[in-house]
Design a protein around this ligand. Structure first.
Ligand code: 5AD
Ligand code: SF4
Length: 467
């Protein structure tokens, strides 16, 4: 009956623009999940949308200004529809909404809804509020509610999000690195119970996912209620997913903190075949005094030992990291210590940033800020070294054959794009019907940020014969 009622409901267009990390990508998809029973279906363009959501990120510089310029652009669609007598809801969600909700409602009074990352499970009530009994009033919802939104989100109803799906298992952060806004926008650490995660993972696989990327601001600080009622770490969760979710062929997790790499998790890299040989483990700096000023609460040497242990457990593991150059007080020696650490690890991939002050964080008011020109030079030095390692990493895979999960069309319809177990971007000439499949590929050419290769025909023919 309820289903029939839903079918008769008029379809409404929902446009969501997502900025920032994978957590935001996951949140946007879940917003669509909670709005679907109200008749909203996701569209790729804002033209004629009944509802437009900006899911925002606060981590980058000038984040708020970017939101206002996008709002200005989208407002034209709303105004045009208003002239035609049609209603369009405009919403700002995510971390900028959380941190600057008041500023948004002051400067953009045409925005109908403002809500943070912890309250979007209440979207149906918020939408009914602004369109119904509270007509004309704006809803602002930037609480950190005591109940978990995950208990209110649909667990078994989620649409396919392609062969590689995100699944949020942990949220928030209690680490308070002195440069970072996350603890202020995402709130305190929270871990979902294992059984809830298993249900969602099964639903994602049923909807077509072959790979699941477990997400959390501090994913390896995961300490959810286990299947036996005791608290489990991320290593135990990964093993459980690998055992109980049929059809789940690949598991990844991000983002991790070095202090939370415990033995069980490191060992899982050796023991669980579905756990891919790739880890993003941000260290930010290789200097002990800068790590201390950043409040990272570990030394560079501990990080080196973790890398050694990971390589012992899984010798071919590929590593990536985030680095910040020019943190307040960073000297040439500190910078050199960072380059030494990079040289030790030889990353397959690195994200590097110039330090930039985020209002409200402790580092923003530290006295010894580094000159912009020095930051520029240090960033260039770091990137030159990293690029060299990255090329070497890709080059070393030439001639190897490994399984690639194809995720999407490439530059044209004769090309397809996928990921190697090491998270490399892989391009091949191949049929679109292989999208969603894991296929053996021989790497033929290496580039700075990707590789290209050929599908290994022999293996493919074997699979076809078996079908
Ligand atoms: N300045 C520069 N980079 C930053 N990051 C976070 N905050 C700042 C900042 N204030 C970087 C860190 C983090 C990544 C997601 O963004 O390297 O790991
Ligand atoms: Fe930010 Fe540090 Fe928490 Fe990562 S661990 S989210 S960098 S405060």
């Amino acid at each position: 009956m309820a289903g029939a009622a839903k079918e008769h409901q008029k379809k409404k267009k929902l446009y969501i623009k997502t900025w920032g990390c994978q957590m935001n990508v996951y949140d946007s998809k879940r917003m669509a999940d909670v709005l679907r029973p109200m008749g909203y279906e996701a569209v790729d363009e804002p033209d004629n949308a009944d509802m437009m959501v900006l899911n925002t990120c606060h981590i980058r510089e000038k984040a708020t200004e970017k939101v206002f310029s996008e709002l200005g652009r989208l407002r034209k669609h709303k105004d045009r529809r208003t002239e035609e007598g049609k209603e369009t809801l405009m919403a700002v969600a995510g971390c900028v909404a959380q941190a600057e909700g008041d500023v948004i409602t002051d400067r953009a009074p045409y925005v109908d809804l403002v809500f943070g990352p912890q309250t979007y499970h209440e979207l149906p009530q918020m939408v009914n509020g602004v369109t119904g009994e509270l007509d004309g009033q704006r809803a602002i919802n930037t609480d950190f509610p005591v109940e978990s939104k995950f208990d209110f989100l649909p667990q078994e109803e989620t649409e396919a999000s392609g062969p590689s799906a995100f699944l949020s298992v942990q949220e928030g952060c209690d680490k308070f690195c002195t440069f970072c806004v996350v603890p202020y926008t995402r709130g305190a650490e929270f871990s979902r119970p294992v059984e809830q995660i298993i249900v969602e993972a099964k639903a994602l696989v049923k909807a077509g996912a072959k790979e699941i990327q477990l997400l959390g601001q501090n994913v390896n600080a995961y300490h959810g209620e286990g299947s036996n009622g005791k608290e489990w770490g991320l290593g135990a969760l990964i093993k459980e997913l690998a055992c109980r979710v049929d059809g789940l062929e690949r598991i990844r997790y991000t983002t991790s903190h070095p202090r939370d790499m415990d033995d069980e998790l490191i060992q899982a890299h050796g023991d669980v075949p579905q756990l891919m040989p790739f880890l993003h483990l941000p260290v930010q700096s290789g200097s002990d005094s800068i790590l201390k000023a950043m409040n990272r609460r570990h030394k560079a040497d501990l990080y080196r030992r973790i890398i050694d242990q990971l390589r012992e457990a899984r010798p071919d593991i590929a590593l990536s990291s985030d680095f910040i150059v020019g943190f307040p007080g960073e000297t040439e020696d500190d910078h050199k210590a960072t380059l030494d650490l990079i040289d030790y690890v030889r990353y397959a991939f690195v994200y590097s940033f110039k330090y930039s002050a985020r209002p409200g964080t402790p580092a923003a008011t530290m006295s010894d800020q580094v000159l912009e020109a020095i930051k520029d030079r240090r960033l260039q030095e770091l990137q030159a070294m990293v690029n060299q390692h990255q090329r070497e990493f890709n080059q070393a895979t030439v001639g190897q054959v490994f399984p690639v999960l194809f995720e999407r069309e490439g530059r044209d319809e004769t090309q397809i794009h996928g990921r190697s177990p090491y998270m490399q971007s892989v391009h091949v000439q191949g049929n679109q019907r292989l999208i969603g499949e894991i296929v053996p590929v021989k790497v033929t050419t290496a580039y700075a940020n990707s590789v290209s290769g050929e599908i290994v025909q022999f293996e493919l023919e074997k699979t076809r014969a078996a079908e």
